[in-house]
Design a protein around this ligand. Structure first.
Ligand SMILES: [Zn+2]
Length: 74
């Protein structure tokens, strides 16, 4: 346990959900955002989306979102 909470970093899972993001994107979280839920809320403001697949969530940055087709393709 640390006295400093560094928060979470949410990084893009890439356009296919399997590869690392070609842009190496991560959500720019607000200073006050410390939980994954809060950081994702920050990301949504910047155009991030979350894809729910069995077992996990995929975080997609705005650039990758533009490269994916509508609907789940997994
Ligand atoms: Zn991305």
């Amino acid at each position: 346990m640390s006295t400093h909470l560094l928060g979470v970093e949410i990084a893009c899972d890439g356009p296919a959900g399997r590869d690392n993001c070609p842009h190496n994107a991560a959500i720019r979280a607000q200073f006050t955002s410390r939980t994954a839920r809060q950081v994702r809320a920050d990301g949504r403001r910047d155009g991030w989306t979350v894809h729910r697949i069995p077992g996990r969530l995929l975080d997609i940055c705005p650039r990758c979102r533009n490269h994916t087709t509508e609907g789940p393709t997994l």
